[in-house]
Design a binder for this molecule. Structure first.
Ligand code: PLP
Length: 431
């Protein structure tokens, strides 16, 4: 019992005391204690815990990490780690220990980073935040607040954090269009009017690519707003890693880009990049979203690190070339061995096998782990229950020798798991 409760009891204010009692206490008082954890939640996490087991890739003992999105190995870069460390020593770990809506000193590295990202991506203005999730949640609020009539169109595979953003803005009436099916999207817009369209440039679940050129045309035709999550293309697409939107020359057509800087850039953080058509709203986003008001601001040491990462990105084109060579090698070798599922063909670092039954996928994952290979099992709720998948991501840091070990393992497991029987080889409509 809290001290305040004891006090109230002592002074005999039963009505006031009741207000202090939680629902759990009230139920317990009636002899029926409330279950604390939701059983639906616990049931759901059971899949994840079973699939992942207790093991993790330890690359220092030779494990091969095929689940990382550190595509260019900047997270492990000794020079960048040194920059990070020196910045912490200079300024302390939390250099701006208050929420994001406060004004920073003009020389703050976060402001400099925002300018650098704007220049790099060909955007108009940038707001740097703590994560890709925060970027999506914040921008959805900024677009949707008090606009219950504005339709929200998300691709079926748009990242879960966009759904989170819509929900956080008080909206659950999301209109979902079939994956990459712009005819379906157009039909929905014809019926419901122009709205906010949210897509990923590369979809994290299956490594598929959004048809961005057609999407910008459709956005223009219908007078909609286009938001592209570039988390899996920022850093690895374009001459200088500027992302696919700029690579395709669409930076004036895509109203908003969001990205996690925790993938190819290898350091936690996220960005919201606006184009000119949006107008001067970066200060509104910096100061007015619930994330910026109620959550701590991003730290200068991360910005210091990312400023250097951007410089390396521009200089180290060879890393992207090497990455794409390895992706091609891995994908083509898989196909030669008879792994011909829907998502093996393609050019992105994400190669997903949609196996189907959770038991088979989990067993296969464990067979890989036994060989010191760590792909990423995608079980419910990351995948539908009957479409459990195993996802491999290829990063620049994996060696050809390691890739060959993964390919040998796939070859040896072929008979056991029969990829021609998997969901992704059956022509089943996954979209
Ligand atoms: C497409 C996409 N958007 C957003 C996020 C969230 O980014 P972060 O991990 O920085 O919150 C992810 C991360 O998994 C992602 O894949």
């Amino acid at each position: 019992m809290l001290r305040s409760q004891k006090l109230l009891k002592a002074v005999k204010f039963p009505a006031l005391l009741a207000r202090y009692q939680s629902t759990a206490e009230q139920a317990a008082a009636k002899g029926k204690p409330l279950q604390i954890m939701s059983s639906a939640f616990v049931q759901k996490t059971k899949y994840i815990r079973t699939a992942f087991g207790d093991l993790y890739p330890d690359t220092t003992r030779g494990d091969i990490d095929m689940s990382s999105c550190d595509y260019l190995n900047y997270a492990l870069h000794p020079y960048l780690n040194k920059i990070d460390g020196e910045s912490i020593i200079r300024r302390g770990r939390i250099s701006f220990n208050r929420s994001g809506c406060y004004v920073r000193p003009p020389a703050s590295s976060v402001y400099r980073l925002e300018d650098a990202i704007t220049e790099h991506t060909g955007g108009y203005q940038t707001c740097f935040v703590n994560s890709g999730t925060e970027a999506n949640v914040a921008i959805f609020q900024a677009i949707l607040e008090n606009r219950p009539e504005l339709p929200i169109y998300l691709d079926k595979f748009s990242h879960a954090t966009m759904v989170l953003g819509a929900n956080a803005a008080g909206r659950s009436d999301i209109l979902t269009f079939k994956h990459n099916r712009l005819d379906h999207l157009r039909k929905m817009i014809d019926e419901n009017g122009p709205g906010l369209i949210g897509v990923d440039s590369v979809y994290s679940a299956y490594g598929t690519v959004a048809p961005l050129e057609q999407l910008t045309e459709l956005t223009r035709d219908t007078g909609s707003i286009l938001l592209v999550d570039e988390s899996h293309t920022y850093g690895i697409c374009g001459e200088h890693g500027e992302g696919v939107v700029k690579e395709l020359g669409l930076e004036k057509d895509v109203h908003v880009r969001t990205m996690s800087t925790g993938k190819a850039l290898g350091a936690g953080g996220g960005a919201i990049v606006l184009n000119e058509a949006v107008g001067d709203h970066i200060e509104d986003i910096r100061k007015g979203t619930r994330m910026s008001i109620f959550s701590l601001a991003p730290q200068d040491c991360i910005a210091d690190r990312l400023l250097e990462t951007l410089r390396l990105l521009k200089e180290e084109k060879w890393k992207r070339t090497d990455l794409y060579d390895k992706i091609k090698y891995f994908r083509e070798s898989c196909m030669e061995m008879g792994y011909n599922g829907l998502f093996v063909k393609g050019e992105t670092p994400i190669i997903t096998f949609v196996i189907g039954p959770v038991d088979m996928a989990t067993e296969m994952y464990k067979d890989f782990v036994e060989k010191q290979i760590f792909p990423s099992p995608h079980v419910y709720p990351a995948s539908p229950r009957n479409r459990t998948a195993v996802r491999f991501t290829v990063c620049h840091g994996v060696t050809y020798e390691q890739l060959n070990h993964v390919l040998d393992t796939l070859r040896n497991l072929r008979e056991k798991y029969k990829p021609e029987t998997w969901v992704d080889a059956q022509g089943i409509d996954l979209f």
